[in-house]
Design a protein around this ligand. Structure first.
Ligand code: UT7
Length: 321
């Protein structure tokens, strides 16, 4: 059976770092509160960078590591909920930037779960024999979506991009699961900032992220361990065989609770949210790139990736490195 293997990773972050101390000057909050409730210490915010420049930089690095030229890419899939424009899509803009002339490309939006949905779409294309080499990018510029006067959301998010190059592989493992619960979507919303509301101009101001934090927290803590279990069952392997669980980097307490419920030591749940905050669709590929660059991933390692977020949606993949 055809499956996929990640052959290269890359990431890109804006240069401007906003610390919790800096946020103390903007809203009524404290470094102590943010660290205790979320684990976040700072985040990167775009000043000049765009989702296209960040995604393109991450893509170039992933291609370099994979030893592939841009012209060899068959498909570019970009997971983002913060595109610069509604069209052209970010994937086409990245194609232009990196000169991937032979690639088709489109964007996909499943908010913070988007990278996993894109990875699974890539696997389906490869498995169907349609494409062989796919570039999957998770990128978001959440700083454009948050209300910087709302302390309950602005402290959480950051900007960034992560990319992986996927190749067809004979053998190896790739198991996937994805779910949505649109009926509960109201607990986390963000309107397009491009929307002009002809009948109700006031509604255009709802561009910012609105979130019932506690509901999202409970949803994540319940659904992440469930999907991990589902992946292990599908793959017919034990949790002890998994080297690392790369979860969406939203909140340290969510990851700790998920580790506890899964019955796996927290040391096998990599984290970097202390430096980047929640970068939405970019969080998992950025983390994966970091672990890869540190040489912490060995060929044959079994990894679980799991994301969750607006939709509500949650998705996971179990794959072999
Ligand atoms: O990709 C998915 C995106 N979303 C998430 O992952 C969010 C998941 N949820 C969370 O991470 C947590 O719910 C938050 C970090 C957002 C909030 O933590 P919490 O422990 O659920 O706090 P809370 O909302 O219950 O608020 C506790 C108190 C409230 O004050 P009172 O009512 O007890 O007086 C808030 O007004 O903390 C207050 N508060 C803050 N205080 C200082 C809320 N935000 C802040 C803040 N600084 N930034």
């Amino acid at each position: 059976m055809r499956t996929i293997r990640i052959t290269g990773t890359g990431s890109a972050l804006p240069g401007r770092i906003v610390t919790n101390k800096e946020l103390e000057q903007m809203v009524e909050t404290s470094d102590e509160w943010i660290r205790e409730r979320t684990g976040i210490g700072e985040r990167h915010v775009s000043v000049g960078e765009t989702v296209v420049t960040l995604a393109s930089e991450a893509a170039r690095k992933a291609l370099e590591q994979a030893g592939k030229r841009a012209e060899e890419i068959d498909l570019i899939l970009v997971a983002t909920s913060t595109p610069e424009n509604v069209f052209p899509c970010t994937a086409c803009e990245v194609q232009r930037e990196i000169h991937a002339e032979h690639a088709a490309g489109f964007d996909l939006n499943a908010a913070c779960s988007g990278f996993l949905f894109a990875l699974q779409t890539a696997q389906a294309y490869i498995q169907a024999g349609i494409y062989r080499t796919v570039l999957v990018i998770g990128v978001d510029s959440m700083s454009h979506m948050v209300d910087w006067s709302d302390r309950s959301t602005c402290i959480l998010f950051g900007d960034g991009a992560g990319a992986v190059v996927l190749r067809e592989s004979k053998g190896g493992l790739f198991v996937q699961a994805a779910h949505s619960d649109g009926a509960k979507g109201d607990v986390l919303t963000g309107c397009s900032r491009h929307r002009k509301n002809w009948d109700h101009p006031d509604e255009a101001k709802a561009a910012y992220i609105q979130m019932d934090g506690q509901s999202v927290f409970k949803f994540a803590v319940r659904r992440v361990p469930e999907i991990v279990e589902e992946l292990l069952e599908k793959a017919r392997i034990q949790k002890e065989e998994i080297s690392y669980f790369f979860l969406h980097q939203a909140n340290r307490r969510i990851i700790e609770a998920a580790a506890k419920r899964t019955g796996v030591d927290i040391s096998r749940f990599p984290m970097n949210l202390q430096e980047y905050g929640n970068t939405s669709a970019a969080s998992i590929p950025i983390l994966l790139d970091e672990w890869n660059k540190k040489g912490l991933l060995k060929k044959g390692d079994k990894l679980v990736l799991a994301g969750f977020g607006a939709g509500l949606s949650w998705a996971g993949s179990l794959l072999e490195w």
